[in-house]
Ligand binder design. Structure first.
Ligand code: APR
Length: 245
């Protein structure tokens, strides 16, 4: 049962911001970072996707990213992703902030989006910082930058690295300016993304968590919807369409 306050916001809001995490892509077949799925060749994924592994063991780092890119290349967006394309159609001032680097929101059709942690299909030069968008195949030898000869790495934000300032600013503006803030499929522990719902709430937004499990945000959210995004987000779209008609 959704609260009256939530229903009224769903009906009348025009500014809606959604933050997504690995949980929304889990139903497409991409393992999440933490919990039982977050293991690759006996190593914790959250310990591989780090600036320290890139620096100390680039071969292992690329082996892991070759695997992850191949996996992501083979999957498709799911019903949760497509529901967020409907959100973008239904709310005039919609904005999607994702921590996912898998490009699935763009493939599904979202356009008002900031990829806080980058995009796995791009590479970036470790030396000159230029972004390369042309696809690269499986990496055996470390790829080189065509401009300066430096080593290329995936254009993703690793543990131990800072986010692009302009992306963070956009996300913070969208959080501070929205009437409803959805935190979807994220464990709500990785900063600075984890602070966005609190920023939204401090500015009067109604904060809704969608996750089958409790997170540190749960006690602070105005509403917690427990379940999978592939079911709950399409159900919300039906409710919003009815309320707005
Ligand atoms: N629907 C909704 N949520 C789900 C589903 C689902 N079907 N399946 C799992 N979840 C939830 C889990 O309960 C968990 O809370 O998704 C969350 C995934 O959490 P993490 O693996 O920690 O992923 P995320 O929050 O995106 O991690 C943040 O950490 O390692 C870094 O840069 C990486 O972007 C990542 C960041």
């Amino acid at each position: 049962m959704l609260s009256q306050k939530f229903l009224s916001r769903l009906k009348n809001a025009s500014a809606v911001t959604v933050l997504t995490g690995a949980g929304i892509s889990a139903e497409s077949g991409i393992p999440t970072f933490r919990g039982k799925d977050g293991i690759w060749e006996d190593k914790k994924v959250e310990e591989l996707a780090t600036a320290a592994t890139l620096e100390n063991n680039p071969e292992l780092f690329w082996k892991f990213y070759n695997w992850r890119k191949k996996l992501i290349n083979e999957v498709k967006p799911n019903l949760g992703h497509y529901a967020l394309v409907d959100f973008e159609r239904l709310y005039e001032d919609f904005f999607l902030v994702t921590q996912n680097v898998d490009n699935l929101h763009r493939t599904a059709g979202n356009e008002k989006i900031v990829e806080l942690h980058g995009n796995i299909f791009n590479t970036k030069c470790s030396k000159c910082g230029k972004i390369h968008t042309e696809p690269i195949s499986e990496v055996i030898q470390l790829p080189e930058c065509k401009y300066c000869g430096g080593h290329l790495r995936p254009d993703v934000v690793l543990f131990g690295e800072n986010l692009e300032e302009k992306n963070l600013k956009k996300a913070q503006e969208a959080a501070a300016g929205c009437e409803i803030f959805f935190s979807v499929g994220t464990s709500s522990i990785v900063e600075p993304a984890a602070s966005l719902p609190y920023l939204a709430k401090a500015n009067g937004s109604y904060v809704v968590e969608i996750n089958p499990e409790e997170t540190p945000l749960s006690d602070h959210a105005d509403e917690c919807l427990r379940g999978a995004t592939g079911k709950l987000l399409p159900a919300l779209v039906i409710i919003i369409e009815k309320l707005q008609s």
